[in-house]
Design a protein around this ligand. Structure first.
Ligand code: ZN
Length: 177
């Protein structure tokens, strides 16, 4: 999971800001949607960010570092030489929101405003159906082959599978010149 630390609300010059915004940072007066639009960029994000499903945005108050809002990451765009998150703001009832928002940040000590941590919410299960959790990609190594061979075996031999596939796979529509 990605954790971004934002400052208290502060003005920006919209003519100098790469996303044309007049302010950034956290204020309790602003909605989560506004906070998202004004803080989704511009960050220095490495390749690991592309693997992350969620981002928490935190800011400090006298009691410590508090998670203010959270998003599900859908994409990351380049803005100048930095990057900005594109995502959906999470609401109450979402497991990531309910676990983290308005609570102390899980990475309160980090000085770097961009940090990553392993969270159970990031874990997926192997797509083959074996139930093994995976943190990267869709399969436990080798299970993609297993999933294919299982399906071939359900049809029969490889030849039978190919015949079945060629009979049943719809030809893509072709455009007449
Ligand atoms: Zn598997």
């Amino acid at each position: 999971m990605l954790q971004l630390t934002i400052r208290p609300i502060h003005p920006r010059n919209p003519e100098e800001d790469d996303l044309g915004r007049p302010w950034g940072g956290y204020s309790a007066e602003k909605s989560h949607d506004e906070l998202y639009r004004h803080n989704r960029g511009c960050w220095v994000l490495g390749a690991r960010a592309d693997q992350e499903k969620y981002a928490l945005f935190s800011s400090d108050d006298p009691s410590g570092r508090i998670v203010r809002f959270a998003i599900a990451i859908e994409d990351i765009e380049s803005v100048g030489n930095r990057r900005a998150l594109i995502g959906t703001v999470l609401h109450q009832g979402h497991p990531v929101y309910d676990k983290y928002v308005d609570k102390p940040s899980p990475v309160s000590k980090a000085r770097n405003p961009v940090t990553y941590f392993d969270a159970p919410e990031d874990r997926r299960h192997c797509v083959c159906g074996c139930g093994t959790p995976v943190t990267r990609g869709y399969f436990v190594p080798g299970h993609d082959q297993r999933a294919i061979h299982d399906r071939v075996a359900r049809v029969g031999s490889v030849v039978e599978f190919l015949n079945w596939f060629d009979t049943h796979y719809p030809e893509p529509a072709t455009t007449q010149a």
